[in-house]
Design a protein around this ligand. Structure first.
Ligand SMILES: NC(=O)c1ccc[n+]([C@@H]2O[C@H](COP(=O)([O-])OP(=O)(O)OC[C@H]3O[C@@H](n4cnc5c(N)ncnc54)[C@H](O)[C@@H]3O)[C@@H](O)[C@H]2O)c1
Length: 261
C-alpha cells in the first residue's frame, strides 16, 4: 500500500518527552521513514526505554525547564545527528486542581514544562533548523489549548500558550523555510499521562475504575472513543511531511470531533 505522505529519508529529528507515549510513538514512526532520531527526556524516563528503543535512538538526558540542560542537550543532538531539521516538542505534565488550591510551585512546574520548555527547546534548536533549509517543528498542545476545562487552569494556560507560541514563531521563521505547527489531541488514555488523568478522575469521582472512566470519556467524543498514540502520531508525521509544505502556524485538532461541538 502506498504511504499517505512523503518524508525525505535522512531527516534528523529531536523529540522531547521522547521516552514515552506520543513522543516515543512519533520517534518510532519517523524512524520508519528513514529519520535518525534523538530522544530527549529526563534520565529516569530514558532508563525505562526498551533495549530495542535504546539501540534505535540517540538518548539525550534533558530537563526542558532548565536553560543549561536544554542548551547542552540540543548541542549534543545536533552533534550526534550531524545537524537538526525536525523538532517534536512532546514533553509535558498534567494536574487537575481547583483554582483556589493551585500552589504557586505547581503552577510554575506546569507552565515551566509545557510552555517554557517548548520555548527553550525551540530557541536552542532554531539556528540548526534554519541552517537545514527545511526545518519543521511540531508542538504537542492539547484540546485544552483551544477551550477551557474545569480544574485545568494551569494546564489550559500552558497549552493556550503553546498554540500562541506556535503561531508567533511560525510567522517569524517562515522566511527561513522553517515550518512551525502544533497538534491538539483530546484524551489519549494509553500513555503515562493518560494513566495519570484516569487516576485523578477516579479520585475526583468521575468513575470507579479505569474502564469506567475511559468508557465515560469515550461517550463524550462525537466519534465515541478516546484517542490513541497512533491517531496523534499520524498527524505529527503529516506536519513533518512534504504533504504539508504550505502549512505553518496551524494547530490541528485531533479530538474525535469534540472541539467542533
Ligand atoms: N495523553 C493525553 O491525553 C494528552 C492529551 C493532549 C495532549 N497531550 C500532550 O501530549 C504530550 C505527550 O504526553 P503523553 O500523553 O505522551 O504523556 P507521557 O507522560 O507518556 O509522556 C510525556 C513525557 O514527557 C517527559 N517529561 C516530563 N517532564 C519533563 C521535563 N522537565 N523534561 C523533559 N521531559 C519531561 C516525561 O518523562 C514523559 O516521558 C504532552 O505535552 C501532553 O500534554 C497528552
Amino acid at each position: 500500500m502506498p504511504e499517505l505522505f512523503t518524508i525525505t529519508p535522512g531527516r534528523r529529528a529531536l523529540v522531547t518527552g521522547g521516552a514515552s507515549g506520543i513522543g516515543l510513538g512519533a520517534a518510532r514512526r519517523l524512524r520508519e521513514f528513514g529519520a535518525r532520531v534523538a530522544l530527549a527526556d529526563l534520565p529516569r524516563a530514558l532508563e525505562r526505554l526498551s533495549p530495542t528503543d535504546a539501540a534505535d535512538f540517540v538518548p539525550i538526558a534533558m530537563d526542558v525547564t532548565d536553560d543549561a540542560s536544554v542548551a547542552r542537550g540540543v548541542a549534543e543532538a545536533n552533534a550526534r545527528l550531524g545537524g537538526l531539521d525536525t523538532l517534536v516538542n512532546s514533553a509535558g505534565v498534567f494536574q487537575f486542581r481547583a483554582i483556589e488550591n493551585i500552589a504557586t510551585a505547581e503552577w510554575d512546574r506546569i507552565l515551566d514544562v509545557n510552555l517554557k520548555g517548548t520555548f527553550l527547546v525551540m530557541r536552542e534548536a532554531m539556528p540548526h533548523l534554519k541552517a537545514s533549509g527545511a526545518g519543521r517543528i511540531v508542538n504537542i498542545a492539547s484540546d485544552a489549548g483551544k477551550r477551557g476545562f474545569a480544574l485545568l487552569a494551569a494546564y489550559c494556560a500552558s497549552k493556550f500558550g503553546v498554540v500562541g507560541l506556535t503561531q508567533a514563531v511560525a510567522a517569524e521563521v517562515a522566511p527561513h523555510k522553517v515550518r512551525v505547527n502544533a497538534v491538539c489531541p483530546g484524551t489519549v488514555a494509553e500513555t503515562q499521562m493518560g494513566k495519570v488523568v484516569i487516576d485523578q478522575k477516579i479520585e475526583l469521582g468521575f468513575g470507579a475504575s479505569p474502564d469506567e472512566v475511559v468508557r465515560r470519556g469515550a461517550a463524550s467524543f462525537p466519534l465515541q472513543r478516546v484517542g490513541t498514540v497512533a491517531d496523534v502520531v499520524e498527524a505529527i508525521l503529516f506536519l513533518v511531511s512534504e504533504g504539508s509544505n504550505w502549512i505553518t502556524g496551524e494547530s490541528i485538532n485531533i479530538d474525535g470531533g469534540s472541539l467542533s461541538g
